[in-house]
Design a protein around this ligand. Structure first.
Ligand SMILES: Nc1nc2c(ncn2[C@@H]2O[C@H](COP(=O)(O)OP(=O)(O)OP(=O)(O)O)[C@@H](O)[C@H]2O)c(=O)[nH]1
Ligand SMILES: [Mg+2]
Length: 302
């Protein structure tokens, strides 16, 4: 136990799941509370596919956030899998944050989530995100409507992207956390290996730079990731898996231009994370219909 905890018998800690429909800003919130980017984000829905853990260290508490994939009506095996991942996070947490996008209601997914909340019986905080996009009277109407759906412990309007009202949200969570010791050491902000985050950063660039169905047909694996040695660069080989050869062509682009752009953008982000120069080599491979094949899903990390 660290010094600070011995001095503070009131130390609190616990797990906090962030759930919501796709694209509401869950991953943006995680990065904002951490002050560091570990979870990828994009304008397109269904960006996050795994449970992303981030630890916030406060003087008298430790908040362990779980960012989750967006809950939606799923048909493809990949989507069924990622919705399961989101919902399974709910069972093992102390507090649930349900996030909605006030500028873009999604009644179907929201209705489904509210129904789930009644089953899991955990304290729930409603987080109304993207308040920068609407006017105050509209926000008040939304708040009013939501109070009837569930006995929320608190309702906090925020702007995850601007960082507005984040301290209020953290305080509301702290008030609900159980007493307990820190689960992670001070310097730890995630349990995810760097190679996983690197693969995610590459996938983010595919989400942001390619169109049509490409992002939804893409998975990224790291083939090799050289050890960090002082003064040397990190060498990474990664494969972008797509489902059809026509998609391979689009990811590579004219004279390799798309792949080059994906590589350059991803490399910059990975360099920021590892703190040294990175040499990133990307391969594109057709893995026929992987998103519909449960065995392939497991192999690709889902
Ligand atoms: N205007 C505005 N945009 C936001 C805010 N928070 C997030 N966004 C944007 O909303 C989009 C989706 O954000 P994400 O954080 O990827 O959303 P998500 O809920 O994690 O999405 P999935 O992983 O697909 O479920 C991105 O373009 C963000 O920049 C906000 O407070 N205001
Ligand atoms: Mg996300």
């Amino acid at each position: 136990m660290s010094d600070i905890q011995e001095k503070l018998p009131e130390f609190k800690s616990g797990f906090v799941a962030i759930v919501g429909a796709p694209n509401v800003g869950k991953s943006t919130l995680l990065n904002q509370v951490l002050g560091e980017k570990i979870s990828i984000t994009s304008k397109k829905p269904q960006t996050t596919r795994n449970r992303i853990l981030g630890v916030v260290h406060r003087p008298a508490s430790q908040l362990i956030f779980l960012d989750t994939p967006g809950v939606h009506r799923a048909k493809r095996p990949l989507n069924i899998r990622i919705v399961e991942t989101a919902l399974s996070a709910l069972g093992n947490v102390d507090i649930v944050l349900v996030m909605i996008d006030v500028a873009n209601p999604d009644p179907e997914s929201e209705g489904f989530i509210v129904k789930k909340l009644q089953e899991i019986k955990r304290p729930v905080v409603l987080v109304l995100n993207k308040i920068d996009l609407i006017k105050k009277p509209a926000l008040l109407t939304i708040m009013d409507n939501w109070t009837q759906f569930h006995p929320f412990e608190a309702i906090i309007p925020i702007s995850a992207i601007l960082g507005d009202q984040i301290e209020e949200l953290i305080k509301a969570i702290e008030a609900l956390l159980p007493k307990g010791p820190a689960f992670f050491p001070e310097e730890t902000i995630t349990d995810l290996p760097e190679r996983f985050i690197a693969a995610e950063m590459i996938r983010e660039k595919v989400f942001r730079l390619t169109g049509q169905e490409i992002p939804y047909s893409t998975a990224v694996t790291i083939d090799s990731f050289s050890e960090k040695k002082k003064g040397s660069l990190v060498k990474i080989d990664a494969t972008i898996h797509v489902e059809r050869s026509s998609q391979k062509g689009m990811v590579i682009g004219k004279n390799g231009s798309m792949l080059k752009m994906i590589g350059t953008e991803a490399r910059k982000e990975i360099e920021r994370m590892v703190g040294t120069k990175v040499f990133l080599k990307l391969f594109v491979r057709v893995h026929k219909n992987w998103s519909k094949d449960t065995k392939a899903l497991r192999k690709l990390g889902y």
